[in-house]
Ligand binder design. Structure first.
Ligand code: SF4
Length: 274
């Protein structure tokens, strides 16, 4: 049975904040608590497992381009297969339904082949691959940290997404604004360069896979300020121990619904449960 921690007497700032942690907190602070504070383990979903294995294969391809080593489709397919098995071993179990594992594996191979064959594939040598950055950003109480999938020669950051259906470009850019602008803030602080664009590349796992780029212009001062304030709202909430249910669309796919139902709500009971 999970104990719900009572809010701390005084605020305790996290050491740093990533855009994914801020977004997760803002979407539902209680789910964030279960996942990242209480660290309750749940079986990996097939979609998450496949997404991670595809990500590892893309990383292998981009690194090979950067190093000038073998980036043939066979080598990248093999990187996918290795990662698919390794993730099952090290981060599993995966909640497979009957027959789902093989169809998922084949879908991964198809979507990677589609990327390598698409007009969106990385050409030439990138500036950086899987680049971890941690920077002090004016207006943020703690350093901002993040790992950017790919930085092009012209300093444009790219984040890769696996999706089950074709994204709506406007919605996709809006949904990922916090992450994309955070990457711009990190790059500007680290190298003093303003990226020319903030890009998402979607690998869509339809029967005939699609590769779709969603490109946004770099953020101006207002957009950056909005994102900094959003991220700092998450930092303040975490530091004050504010974790509560935020029912909405995300509940449909939430793995913590049983734990959520037991949330006491009343402060005295929360303290007693802790
Ligand atoms: S069920 Fe909904 S409200 Fe409860 S923790 Fe999950 S996302 Fe949050």
């Amino acid at each position: 049975m999970i104990a719900f921690a009572s809010p701390p007497e005084s605020t305790t700032l996290p050491d740093y904040i990533s855009p994914s942690a801020a977004k997760s907190y803002l979407a539902c602070s209680l789910r964030f608590y279960f996942e990242r504070v209480a660290e309750i383990k749940k079986p990996t979903t097939p979609a998450l497992h496949l997404g991670k294995a595809v990500h590892a294969a893309l990383q292998a391809f981009h690194l090979a381009r950067w190093r000038g080593t073998d980036d043939s489709p066979e080598v990248i397919a093999s990187a996918f297969e290795d990662s698919f098995l390794k993730l099952e071993r090290e981060e599993g179990p995966v909640r497979w339904k009957e027959g789902e594992r093989e169809s998922c594996r084949l879908a991964g191979l198809r979507v990677i082949a589609a990327y390598l064959d698409s007009s969106e594939v990385l050409r030439g040598k990138p500036r950086a691959v899987e680049v971890p950055l941690t920077e002090t950003i004016p207006g943020l109480s703690v350093p901002l940290t993040g790992v950017i999938d790919l930085v092009l020669e012209n300093f444009a950051p790219i984040d890769f997404k696996s999706a089950a259906a074709k994204p709506d470009p406007q919605h996709a850019a809006f949904d990922h604004e916090l992450q994309l602008v955070a990457y711009q803030l990190l790059l500007e602080a680290a190298i003093g360069e303003k990226p020319p664009a903030l890009d998402l590349v979607y690998l869509v796992k339809t029967k005939v896979p699609k590769v779709i780029r969603v490109s946004s212009p770099p953020a101006d001062g207002k957009r950056k300020d909005r994102v900094v304030r959003l991220i700092d709202t998450a930092v303040t909430g975490m530091s004050e121990g504010r974790f509560h249910p935020q029912p909405g669309m995300t509940c449909m796919s939430c793995q913590f619904r049983n734990e959520c139902k037991r949330w006491p709500g009343i402060m005295d009971e929360r303290r007693a449960a802790a």
